[in-house]
Design a protein around this ligand. Structure first.
Ligand code: PBG
Length: 324
């Protein structure tokens, strides 16, 4: 097809406003720590975090997802630090909202960064306690809302947490704070670098008692349905690339915005291949993110967000060199 016709009928053009930028915060000042397994991503102390977010916002990125690296001395089994009003997350959200009020701030609601076991729930005799964990998640979500979060994002997959968080937020007067539910989150091997970033690798076992079996598809629809009934405003599929079929099916079943998480190892694999000189990195980033959008994602969490904005990768299909 001639180029001008091809351009005329082109769908699913990637845009910076489709992207949510996940970002890591750590204690201290003037710190920008590299994460070996996640090249190009850093743990920022709050002062530098604000500069990075301002930069991203000025480039057109409309939302960030914040993840904290918690001081090991503040971790326990119950994740009590997670609802400390002066905790790292709460202080960060306040500062971001003061400095860059128009960026949408999404906070993570899960125990793993706060847990001595690196699990998403309270542990007893080697098991994860669902209901006791949900109580902590509600406190965490309310304290994040108090700090100014726009969306809270339960990423733990405990049963019933979306409904409990919705009730907790409403009772505390935060009706306007939304819930981004990690609804279909699989027990995937694609999360490793993220756990390195937060020093939150599980100390025993795995997360298969609460995250989904990678072999199942229909179960994802059930999980999404439950989260919608419980009051989710946005539903997420995670990881993205190996789960495009799930994104596509969920898009067909709901009119809510569908979000996909292009997770840490999906990012790291492209970075690793690029460092070996094996790939055309820009083109691969663009093709990857476009495929997630084509599958049905309205929004994509991706560590590539800023890179896409800086290099204007969404324009790639307009360059004949890349997309003849
Ligand atoms: C845990 C959580 C994980 C990620 C986000 N929240 C990892 C896990 O389930 O262990 C992974 C994100 C990524 O790999 O980029 N609550």
């Amino acid at each position: 097809m001639k180029n001008r016709f091809r351009r005329l009928v082109r769908k699913n053009q990637l845009s910076v406003s489709d992207l949510i930028y996940p970002i890591f915060v750590t204690e201290g000042e003037n710190k920008q720590e590299a994460i070996t397994s996640l090249p190009g991503c850093y743990r920022y102390s709050l002062d530098l975090l604000l500069l990075e977010i301002k930069d991203a916002f000025d480039l057109g990125i409309k939302a960030i997802a914040l993840f904290p690296m918690i001081d090991p001395q503040k971790k326990d089994n119950q994740g009590q630090e997670s609802y400390n009003p002066d905790g790292l997350v709460q202080r960060s959200v306040k500062a971001i909202k003061e400095k860059i009020p128009d960026i949408v701030v999404i906070t993570d609601v899960a125990l793993d960064p706060f847990s001595i076991y690196g699990h998403d729930g309270i542990v007893q005799d080697g098991e994860i306690l669902n209901d006791e964990t949900v109580e902590v998640l509600v406190k965490m979500a309310v304290s994040q809302a108090e700090a100014g979060a726009d969306f809270v994002a339960p990423s733990d997959m405990m049963d019933g947490r979306v409904g409990a968080i919705r009730r907790g937020l409403d009772e505390a007067g935060y009706n306007n704070v939304g819930i981004l539910a990690y609804s279909a989150k699989y027990a995937s091997a694609y999360y490793g670098p993220f756990r390195d970033a937060l020093a939150s690798t599980p100390q025993f076992g795995d997360k298969k008692t609460y995250q989904m079996d990678i072999t199942n598809a229909r179960e994802a629809l059930k999980e999404v349905e439950l989260d919608i009934q419980e009051g989710a405003d946005l539903v997420m599929v995670k990881p993205a690339l190996a789960y495009l079929d799930i994104i596509c099916r969920i898009k067909q079943m709901t009119d809510l915005p569908v979000v996909a998480y292009n997770v840490s190892r999906e990012y790291a694999m492209i970075k690793a291949a690029a460092s070996l000189g094996w790939i055309d990195e820009k083109r691969l980033i663009w093709e990857t993110l476009t495929s997630i959008k084509r599958a049905g994602a309205d929004l994509i969490l991706t560590y590539f967000a800023k890179e896409v904005a800086v290099n204007q990768l969404y324009l790639l299909p307009n360059y004949d060199k890349y997309y003849p």
